[in-house]
Structures are given as C-alpha cells and as structure tokens.
Design a protein around this ligand. Structure first.
Ligand SMILES: Cc1cc2nc3c(=O)[nH]c(=O)nc-3n(C[C@H](O)[C@H](O)[C@H](O)COP(=O)(O)OP(=O)(O)OC[C@H]3O[C@@H](n4cnc5c(N)ncnc54)[C@H](O)[C@@H]3O)c2cc1C
Ligand code: SF4
Length: 800
C-alpha cells in the first residue's frame, strides 16, 4: 500500500517539531515533503539573538542538518514558497512551478514582523529582527555605521539592542510605554531592568511615539510626535508580529487573527492542520516555542491516529536572553483588587520577586536578578499550586541540599521543550547518558533557548554521582561544575564580559562566587579580552587591590620599580627623602634587587608614590615582577653578554603584565649564573654569541630547577621567545599555577613544540602585544583617580 503523504508548508521551528513528533510515533508510515521560503535547513530562530550578540555563529544554530532530512527520508525544498493550495484535489503549488499532492497538509507559516506604517519605513537601513537575513543585515551595518535605533522595548527589541551594542554600535531604544517589557513585567521590575541595561550602555527614550523615519534613500534619523529628533543609521523595528495567514486566506480557510484551529490543530478543513505562530487556538495566538511544541505533539497524535485529549492552551513564560540580566515572567502578573501578591525586593543584590495569588493559588510570577526559581514557579502556576505549599517548600530549601535533588519528578527543567526532571533522570538512567549534549539529543531539554543547561548538568551530577564527577575535569572551585578550560571556552563563545555575568550565565551555585573563583574569573576575562575588559578591583586580593603588600601589623610596603636592578643617585635620593618624610619602619634590599620601604601607613601610600614619581614594582601582584641581572660583560671578567641591558629590555617590555601567578626572571652573562636563572620562572644565560632561555624554575616552597627551552642568537629572539612563552602560560595555565607547576604539567617538550612553530610563536606574540598595550601603571592611575583614592586609601583599618 502506498504511504500517505504529508506536506508541510514552513520549514520553521513549530512545523519541523511537529514532523519530528510524527517521526517518533510512526517513523515509516508517511511520505513527507517540506517547503520553506528560507534557503536553510531548520534553524533555531530563538538563538538569532545570540548570533547578533556574538555568542553564537549562524552555522551553530541549525536544528536539523541537511543530512538529517536525508536520513529521515524527508524531501526538503529550501528557498521555495508555496503560493497556492487546491483543497479539492489536495495539491500545493510553489513559486518554482512545482506541485505536490498531500493527504495531510500542515500550515506552519509562522509570523511576519509588524512594521509600523511610518513615512520612510521603506528606506534603506530599516529592518525587522526575524530571520538570518535580518541578522546578517544588522551585522553588515554595524561595520559601516555607528548609530542604531531600536523601536520597541519588549523582549525582542532589547535582545536586538544588546546585540547591536556588542557589534559596537551606539543604541537608542524607543518605547511607547513608560517602562520596559510592560507586557511581561510590572513597573518595579521594568525599572530595575532599565537601570541594568543602562549600565550596559543602552539609552532609553520612553513614552516616545515615532512618527517619521528621516533620510533621503537611506535612514538618517527618527522624528517623534513631540517634534524631537534623533540620529540613526540603522533602525530596527521590533514592535510585534502578525501571523502569516495570506496563504490560508487564499485557500479559504477560517482565519481570525491566526488560522483558526481546534484542540487537534485541525483547521475547518479536517485534513489541513495549522501549527505555530500562524495558528489561533481558543482565540490565542502564541509567539513562543513552548506552546508551539505542545501544539506539535497534539497534531502528531492526530495524524498518527492516536488517542489524545488534544491541545488545551498554554501558560506562557518568558526569559530575556541578555547576558548579565536575569528576567523571568510567567502567568498573570497584572494586579487586580481580588488578588494578593508577595513582593520581595533586595536592593543590595538587585533582585526582585513578585508572586501573584488568586484564591490562595499561585497564578503568576516575575523574577528579576535571580531567576533560578523560574521553572519551579512555572510548574506551580500550571498546576495551580496553593501558596502555602510553595511557602512551606521555601522553608525546606533552607537546608543545603541541591536544588535539583529537592525537585519533584514532574517539575519542569526545560520550559521551552516541556521536559521534566523525571524524564531526564529516566533517560540518564536507562540510556546511559553522561553529558549535557547527550541529554539534549535524547530528551530535547536545552535544545531551544538553552537557559536550563546548568540545571541539566546538575541533574547529571545528582543522578550519576561520583561517576559523573569522574568524567568531569577539575573545576575552578566549588561554585561551579565547570573546569577552567570550559569556562574560558564559554566566555569566548558567549562573549561574556564581567565576573558576575560569567557566574549568572554559567549557572554558578553561589551568587557572589568565592575567593577562589572571583580572582580567577577576573584574570581569565582580562586575559581573553585585554583591551575592553575593565579590571574588577574588588575581585582581587587585598595586596593587588591596594598595589602594596600588607604586612603583619597592618602597615604596607612600597617597592618602586628598578629596571634590571639598576638605579641612580637621583632615585636613591628620592627614596631616602621619602623614607624620612613618612618615617618608614625599615629600608630593605629585596632578593629581586630592589628597595623595599616597609611599615608605611595605608593613607600615606598614594602620597609616597606621588613623591617618588617612580613606577610600581608590582611586588604584590600576579604579574611580571622583577628581572634580576648580573653585572655582565661591561664589568665582569667572565661575562660575555650585556646581561644588564638585556634584563632592562625584558623588564621594560613585560612590566605590569597580568599572569596566572607571579613571574620572576633573571639574566646572567655566563654559566656562573649570578642572577640565579635556574630557579626563576624565566632564566636567561648569555654565552659567547648565544642566549640560553630556561623556564619553569622556582626558588620558593616547591624548589624546582628551570628547564632549557631554547638557545637563540639575538636579543630580539630572546624577547620573542619570552613573549611567546609568557603568552602561552597566560592562556593555558590555571589561575594561581606557577610556571614551575605549569611546565611540569604540560611538559617542556610540548611547550618547545608549540614555540618552535614560527606561526604559533608569532600568533602568541601578537596576542602578547595586545595585552601589553592595555597595561597601565597602577600607582599613577590610583593617584589620578579621586574615587579610588577615597574608597581605598582613606584612613580605615584594614582587617584582612
Ligand atoms: C530573535 C528572536 C528571538 C526569539 N526568542 C525566543 C525565546 O527566547 N523563546 C521563545 O520561546 N521564542 C522566541 N522567539 C520566537 C520563536 O522563535 C517563534 O515563536 C518560533 O520560531 C515560531 O515558529 P513557527 O514555526 O511558527 O514560525 P517560524 O519559525 O517563523 O517558521 C515559519 C517558516 O515558514 C516559512 N514560510 C512562510 N510562508 C511560507 C510559504 N508560503 N511557503 C514556504 N515557507 C513558508 C517562513 O519562511 C519560515 O521559515 C524568538 C524569535 C526571534 C525572531
Ligand atoms: S654571571 Fe657571569 S658575568 Fe654575570 S656576574 Fe656572574 S660571573 Fe660575572
């Protein structure tokens, strides 16, 4: 018997999910043909925001690859639009002259972005934010122009605005209401959101009605109803969507706002179905994937002739996908006289929670700043749980048990795909899953917006226990299940820019992090993005925060830089004068050939630095500290090279460079090695016509002899190899890993292999140059910055 034919119009998220559901139920029962106007395989439209924000590339958001269609025996016509449906003879016709017969027709034509009918809307530089094409257009524009205006302060507008900021544009968001996301948030949360986004660089024009898009052919600005104008080279319209019903109308199907369907997604013609944003169920048109996927299930069961109660409508929940800002909203959040609310606002943490209660049942929730309870509340709202039950649960959660351990099996982990804890745990147990990717493949959890990824990871840990831990690498600290390498990869992939954001986005178990991860994240972020990253002083240890070493009696020490251990009478005089003026406790020569002024009061530090007028010696920092030198060829009978000159060059080049741990160097001019390069992080030894470079030595607690990295001829090559080695160490060592431990761990042979490759060496040096270009002299910076002076050096006893 020939198979029955299904034709799907619209290769988007809802239509293809319906097909996937059909394939799951009856893998071989149908011939399936798919038409899609867009020239791509089915992709994750939700993730377009992430593409625009630079977290993800277009190629990474494909849901079903070309090969998937082939393997599943599905005929796909990409870039082809169905222009006509003949209901009687059950045939569709496309713009390429193709015809296809169907037994079942599914319309999943999605929505069209709503473009305000303003004068000038057709001008070049006006775009919607709906598909890959729009996304690419914005990326192109950002390369040529600076000013963008986003009309619409809803979810989509804000995600677009964040993306445009990431692309380097200045962004004005124009919103007609007096607070943001007014459909999902209340005024309180809307204002908190605005403050947070303003901090990220967005500019808001609220209660503004755009009346004209200005410009000749290309947009140059906007005019508002009150006569105000702003400049804009790009205008993104994000004011809403309208169901794409044109084909349905021509086919004479019943259409209201969307294509009218029953609980089985049948239109008024029983073998024609509609699903997704183009469909209207019970007078509701949905614009989020969770309900569309539920619709797909009901439709699949109907076509596969399985008993089902059908689709009964959905309770919505939304989450804003903007890094560093957590917003969740679900159910009915508007306040009426008949209802009660619980509101908790924590100005200090910047969090807000509102729960709406009707007849003792939870009916809606808004979360800002901490959305971890989001899915739980969504489940409760769906089930209409009594508020007492929720409050009682809150008391139990005071215990230290993991959040996922306490969840009931029917609680949702993935809101988009409706996947519960029970389903995931069962899949892990019965199918031997051990990674988030496997859970995603098996259950669909975290396959859409991806915000539940960390919960899935926690569930794996909870279900597999030690077994899961064994498959994981060493984590940064107890606040995360991620290793250093994973965190670095995520920072790069998601374009994360500050420690709080990393913790939020990567699901840290503590809000503030800890003394282990905070400085580490601060270092990794600065290493990855040395130019734009703003160092977070509060994430540094006290010595680094104050640019001086705290001593056991609460006083500090001051160590000015002395390049290569060389000084002069003028500097010595200044040091002596300062020592007298501030009555320093002791003047001491350090092992790194510098002068240490000990016993200084904290409030005197900036004054001493100003009086000295010398650079900081970074004696307190995880950074390049000293380059010790021997007297070398100029004075010594044995010296064959200019060790002092070489040492000064090295120190001047790398001074102030942030490194995973302190870095000390030594340059000697003969194998007698007076500068003790054998126990330095980098030791350089001059022989006749040759420089030997040693790395990974340590004279501290873990005594370790440095290993020969390479022999080179010129001073330029010495700098080139040290630059490449230090950058390799910066990129690959764990924070607080000395070079000795790093060299031991990865092996000198591996480092030699990397550095011998000229291309790799050059690339490392290029990154090094970028990092060096961002180095600032910390003492003079502190003196210049009045706020810092006040905050850090005013007379308060430091207890650390
Ligand atoms: C930037 C962005 C961010 C979003 N973020 C979220 C989010 O965080 N969470 C969430 O739940 N939802 C989000 N959404 C909404 C979500 O993407 C949509 O709800 C979902 O994609 C709708 O699925 P659909 O299949 O109905 O429509 P679509 O995915 O739009 O698919 C419809 C397809 O049909 C094609 N088509 C139309 N007419 C024809 C024809 N005649 N012939 C052939 N093909 C045709 C279209 O070209 C289109 O590819 C976001 C949307 C955007 C644009
Ligand atoms: S290392 Fe060689 S040149 Fe330098 S001081 Fe010692 S002996 Fe002299």
């Amino acid at each position: 018997m020939p198979k029955q034919k299904i034709v799907l119009i619209g290769n988007g998220m809802a239509g293809m999910r319906a097909i996937e559901e059909i394939k799951k139920l009856r893998p071989d029962d149908f011939d399936i043909t798919v038409f899609g106007t867009e020239p791509y395989p089915n992709y994750n439209r939700i993730q377009l925001s992430k593409v625009l924000q630079g977290d993800t590339e277009v190629k990474d958001i494909t849901l079903n690859e070309w090969s998937w269609y082939e393997e599943n025996d599905i005929l796909l016509y990409p870039g082809e639009t169905v222009v006509k449906v003949d209901k009687k003879s059950q045939v569709v016709f496309t713009d390429k002259g193709r015809e296809a017969n169907y037994d079942y027709l599914i319309l999943a034509t999605g929505s069209n972005p709503f473009m305000l009918p303003l004068p000038g809307v057709d001008k070049e530089g006006v775009t919607a934010f709906r598909d890959i094409k729009d996304c690419e257009k914005m990326i192109e524009y950002s390369k040529k122009y600076k000013k963008a205006a986003v009309i619409g302060g809803g979810l989509l507008g804000l995600e677009a605005a964040r993306g445009l900021l990431n692309l380097g544009m200045e962004v004005d968001v124009i919103h007609i209401a007096d607070y943001l996301m007014e459909r999902q948030l209340d005024r309180e949360a809307g204002h908190m959101l605005q403050t947070e986004l303003e901090k990220q660089g967005m500019n808001f024009l609220l209660e503004k009605q755009t009346v004209e898009i200005i410009g000749r052919n290309r947009v140059t600005g906007l005019r508002f109803s009150n006569g105000d104008r702003i400049k804009a080279d790009l205008v993104v319209m994000a004011v809403g969507i309208k169901p794409n019903v044109s084909l349905a109308l021509e086919t004479d199907l019943e259409v209201n706002r969307g294509i009218v369907v029953n609980d089985f997604m049948e239109t008024d013609t029983p073998n024609i179905f509609a699903v997704g944003e183009c469909a209207e169920h019970n007078q509701m048109v949905y614009g989020l994937v969770a309900p569309l996927y539920e619709q797909g299930k009901a439709l699949a069961k109907r076509i596969c002739k399985l008993e089902d109660k059908g689709y009964k409508g959905s309770i919505l929940s939304t989450q804003l996908k903007v890094s560093g800002v957590d917003v969740f909203s679900s159910g009915n959040i508007k306040e009426y006289d008949s209802m009660k609310t619980i509101k908790l606002k924590d100005d200090w943490r910047g969090t807000y929670k509102k729960i709406t209660i009707e007849n003792d049942h939870i009916t809606g929730a808004v979360l800002f700043g901490d959305t971890r309870e989001g899915n739980k509340l969504l489940s409760f709202i769906k089930k209409g749980v009594q508020i007492e039950e929720y409050l009682a649960l809150g008391e139990q959660t005071e215990s230290n048990e993991s959040l996922v351990a306490e969840m009931p099996d029917d609680e949702l982990i993935c809101g988009c795909n409706g996947v519960t804890k029970g389903t995931i745990v069962q899949a892990i147990q019965t199918q031997g899953l051990s990674s988030v990717e496997q859970v995603k493949g098996c259950t669909n959890a975290s396959r859409s917006c991806g915000t539940c990824k960390s919960l899935v990871s926690e569930l794996l840990e909870y279900t597999l226990g030690d077994e899961y831990s064994e498959t994981q690498q060493e984590t940064i600290c107890g606040c995360t299940t991620l290793s250093k390498d994973e965190v670095i990869a995520e920072i790069k992939e998601k374009g994360l820019t500050h420690t709080r954001e990393v913790m939020n986005v990567l699901g840290w178990s503590t809000e503030e992090g800890c003394s282990k991860c905070r400085p580490a994240l601060n270092y990794y972020l600065g290493m990855i993005n040395p130019i734009d990253y703003k160092d977070e002083r509060e994430s540094r240890f006290v010595n680094e925060r104050l640019h001086a070493n705290i001593q056991n009696n609460g006083t500090y020490s001051v160590v000015p830089r002395m390049y290569g251990g060389v000084t002069n009478s003028e500097d010595l005089r200044k040091i002596a004068d300062v020592a007298d003026k501030y009555e320093v406790g002791m003047i001491k020569l350090t092992g790194g050939q510098r002068i240490d002024l000990l016993g200084v009061q904290k409030e005197d530090l900036p004054k001493i630095w100003a009086d000295l007028g010398m650079a900081s010696g970074h004696a307190y920092a995880k950074s390049v500290r000293t380059v010790k030198t021997c007297v070398g060829a100029d004075f010594c009978r044995f010296g064959t090279q200019d060790s002092v000159g070489m040492g000064i060059q090295i120190e001047r080049k790398f001074e102030g460079l942030n490194t995973p741990h302190k870095v000390k160097m030594g340059v000697s001019a003969c194998p007698r090695n007076c500068a003790e390069g054998g126990v330095k992080d980098v030791g350089v030894v001059g022989l006749d016509g040759v420089w030997e470079i040693y790395v990974g030595g340590n004279g501290g607690v873990e005594l370790r002899k440095a290993e020969l990295l390479v022999k080179v001829k010129t001073q330029e090559e010495v700098l080139e190899y040290i630059g490449a080695f230090l950058q390799d160490y910066r990129e690959n060592a764990k924070y607080l890993e000395r070079t000795s431990a790093y060299v031991e761990r990865v092996g000198i042979n591996h480092i030699q292999e990397v550095l011998e490759d000229k291309q790799k060496r050059d690339a490392l040096n290029q990154s090094m140059e970028i990092a060096l270009s961002a180095v600032q002299e910390p003492w003079s910076e502190a003196i210049r910055n009045g706020t810092l002076l006040r905050d850090l050096y005013e007379k308060v006893k430091v207890s650390e």
